[in-house]
Design a protein around this ligand. Structure first.
Ligand SMILES: Cc1cc2nc3c(=O)[nH]c(=O)nc-3n(C[C@H](O)[C@H](O)[C@H](O)COP(=O)(O)O)c2cc1C
Length: 315
């Protein structure tokens, strides 16, 4: 029995920022298996070795420790959904992502930063986990930026950098979020006037990080995961810069503060640029092709991105 409080120890371990991987293999019956892991470590160049740690309680523990090999897929920053999917117990994981078999028969996921196809090298017993060491047989890497993970939350470096650059611009910056849950958007209501606005904060000037926005979202009592930049524009009159992110509510405690996309009370939103942005959002939500807007409140460019927002949420 450890003398430490497990929650405290997990929190302390969790301060170490990692990437996120999906480790895959296949059962002898031919069924592909996989789970999300951030315990990946490169070990040796010659021979080429890597490791991951598997919880002894994982359903797939035997498949991984007894199988001939496995593949490690390093997730890109737009693959938060894939991380969640492979951390779940869903039986249809492989129906919801694009993938192909490696030469040795392990599943390789599309859109990842890198993959390593491995032969099982050693299985080391280690407390409540097993360390699985693999010898790399082949690998591939791309220009994608990796998804980060720290303190139990995802870290998206591109989002953070956008905020940092805005902070460096020296203008007054407002950072807000379009938080969605099943085709509904979160609004904050002004108690005196009844007007609605999107949750927003200032920027954390010292680091340019999204800490303040996270604090505002936490204070609303809704678990939120920020997924991507949606709009960056400047109000030229008062040199105020706005950065809006897309975000998903992850808690089930969704109440009347969420408004259906087709029933937004536009007359209760006072900010014209926010109205224009939300109208674009509603239009794009129907096709799931979201653009990113950079410009002034009057004119700018929209870059359209194909998204892989799957599951029930259309945010
Ligand atoms: C970001 C993240 C990292 C994780 N890292 C690990 C890990 O390194 N080892 C592990 O055993 N489980 C890890 N998990 C939990 C597994 O993905 C999860 O328990 C999964 O359901 C196990 O699959 P299985 O029980 O179907 O085999 C992680 C989950 C997340 C979301």
């Amino acid at each position: 029995m450890t003398k430490f409080d497990h929650k405290q120890l997990r929190n302390a371990f969790g301060t170490f920022m990692t990437g996120v991987t999906v480790v895959t293999t296949w059962e002898s019956s031919g069924i592909p298996r996989g789970f999300t892991a951030n315990s990946f470590t490169s070990v040796s160049l010659d021979p080429a070795l890597l490791l991951i740690c598997i919880d002894k309680g994982a359903e797939s523990i035997d498949v991984f420790t007894q199988g001939e090999g496995f593949a490690v897929n390093i997730l890109a920053e737009d693959q938060i959904d894939t991380s969640g999917l492979f951390a779940s117990k869903r039986a249809d994981k492989y129906d919801l992502v694009k993938w192909k078999y490696s030469d040795t028969g392990n599943p390789l996921l599309d859109g990842v930063c890198a993959w390593f196809d491995c032969k099982r090298n050693q299985v080391v017993d280690a407390g409540d986990h097993v360390i699985l060491i693999g010898e790399v047989q082949s690998f591939h890497h791309t220009d994608e930026t990796g998804l980060g993970y720290a303190r139990g939350g995802y870290v998206n470096l591109t989002l953070e950098q956008t905020a940092l650059q805005a902070a460096e611009g020296g203008s007054d910056v407002v950072v807000g979020a379009i938080v969605t849950h099943e085709n509904r958007i979160l609004f904050v209501e002004d108690e005196d006037t009844g007007m609605l606005r999107l949750p927003a904060s200032g920027l954390d000037e010292s680091s340019g990080s999204l800490k303040k926005l996270h604090a505002v979202l936490n204070s609303l009592g809704i678990g939120v995961s920020i997924t991507s930049v949606y709009s960056v524009f400047e109000n030229e009159r008062d040199a105020q810069q706005f950065i809006y992110y897309r975000a998903k509510a992850v808690s089930d405690d969704i109440d009347g503060r969420f408004w259906s996309l087709d029933a937004i009370p536009w007359e209760r939103i006072s900010s014209e640029p926010v109205k224009v942005m939300l109208k674009r959002y509603c239009k794009e939500a129907s096709s799931q092709l979201f653009g990113v807007y950079f410009g002034s409140e009057r004119d700018g460019d929209v870059t359209t991105l194909a998204t892989n927002d799957s599951e029930s949420d259309n945010g």
